[in-house]
Design a protein around this ligand. Structure first.
Ligand code: HEM
Length: 343
């Protein structure tokens, strides 16, 4: 396998094929004066660009990454809304912290942050090594670690949808290229090649859900776990028909089914690009690292407000951490991530 190029109009951590392993790192910047902190941020972004470009290349300097092309490292770097506001950075005006939602039980020590780095690769080893290089480069440039989180996917043949810990195919109804230009990537102008990442660490009651009979699980989700097809259709990629009715007049995809409440039909067709991972942090702490990319985080807020109110999945879920970041446009071969931020 060849290395996935680091440089490009868009960061490879969003555009490349979803890799089976991920590691997220969040950092905070010191709070001195805005001028000094802007300088620190420039230094951190330059250090991250150098470190990530080298680690992703075919010839990384670190001996632990040699033969590195096969590890297929991809990355993305994002800016948190609080930092953007404090340093008056030029980010899309829609970048803002999420509101709180009913049922949230967020741990601030695992949430938010000034800078977010998501690493993805073919294997965990690469991520551990690169995470260490990233943390060292960020530290040397003045950023302090805030939280880290690792996640994984099952081995899945290319082009097929990975399953989550409830056993469902997760990521089926993602936007195609045309829809992504409208709903995922930034508006025309300096932010055309940027996007916003919404991250939620959602604990799942895997045993509780598994205890439901299969037919009941499929009604909760609105899709069949076996093949991923919507209850209104026969194949995984059939569009869920939220208007389809049973002979008795009830909806085929029930009123509180997850895919009904998450349907883009309630949002003027708005779609987010979901690239979630599972996590396993101990016997009672497993779940989903929900990772979704969108032009405007209000797209997430609208869906999550509906889900929080009445998703049939809710008895099996707890939102335990949250973060939002503006995912910067990519860097040119002679450029640095974040050149758009300074006006
Ligand atoms: C669809 C699982 C949380 C938004 C789906 C599907 C599954 C799923 C199995 C159907 C297959 C697919 O299209 O990918 C889960 C689980 C969650 C969770 C297990 C929690 C642990 C969320 C959250 C949001 C969300 C927090 C956003 C607020 C969506 C959307 C769709 C979807 C937009 C596609 C709907 C469509 O276009 O048909 N989810 N999800 N999900 N989910 Fe979730």
């Amino acid at each position: 396998d060849a290395a996935i190029p680091f440089h490009g109009a868009r960061q490879a951590g969003v555009t490349a094929f979803q890799q089976p392993a991920t590691h997220l790192l969040s950092f905070d910047l010191p709070r001195t004066s805005a001028a000094a902190d802007r300088k620190t941020l420039r230094g951190v972004l330059a250090a991250l660009t150098r470190t990530l470009a080298t680690a992703a290349s075919d010839a990384p300097r670190d001996p632990r990454l040699q033969g590195g092309g096969a590890t297929r490292l991809t990355s993305l770097v994002g800016i948190g809304p609080a930092l953007a506001a404090r340093l008056r950075l030029d980010v899309p005006a829609v970048l803002a912290p999420l509101p709180s939602f009913p049922g949230d039980r967020l741990d601030p020590r695992r949430s938010d942050g000034d800078l977010l780095v998501q690493l993805c690769a073919a294997d965990r080893w690469t991520l551990t090594v690169v995470a260490e290089l990233v943390a060292a480069a960020a530290h040397a440039a003045g950023a302090a670690p805030r939280w880290t989180q690792s996640g994984f996917l099952p081995h899945t043949a290319p082009g097929t949808t990975p399953r989550n810990l409830f056993g469902s195919k997760d990521g089926t109804a993602n936007p195609d290229r045309t829809a992504a230009e409208r709903w995922v990537w930034g508006p025309a102008g300096a932010h055309r090649h940027g996007t916003v990442l919404v991250y939620r660490r959602i604990r799942m009651d895997v045993a509780g859900f598994a205890a439901l009979p299969e037919g009941r699980r499929d009604l909760v989700m609105g899709r069949r776990a076996r093949d991923g097809a919507p209850l209104s259709g026969t194949a995984e990629h059939d569009e869920p028909d939220i208007y389809a009715k049973n002979p008795d007049g009830s909806y085929v995809i029930p009123a509180t089914a997850h895919v009904r409440l998450a349907s883009p039909r309630f949002d003027g067709g708005a779609r987010m690009l979901r690239r979630s991972y599972s996590y396993d942090d101990g016997p009672t702490d497993r779940g989903l690292l929900f990772c979704a990319f969108m032009r405007d985080p209000a797209q997430f807020t609208r869906v999550q407000n509906r889900l929080a109110a009445r998703d049939a999945l809710n008895p099996f879920l707890q939102h335990r951490a949250s973060a939002v970041a503006y995912v910067l446009p990519g860097a040119a071969p002679d450029g640095t991530l974040g050149e758009q931020l300074w006006t």
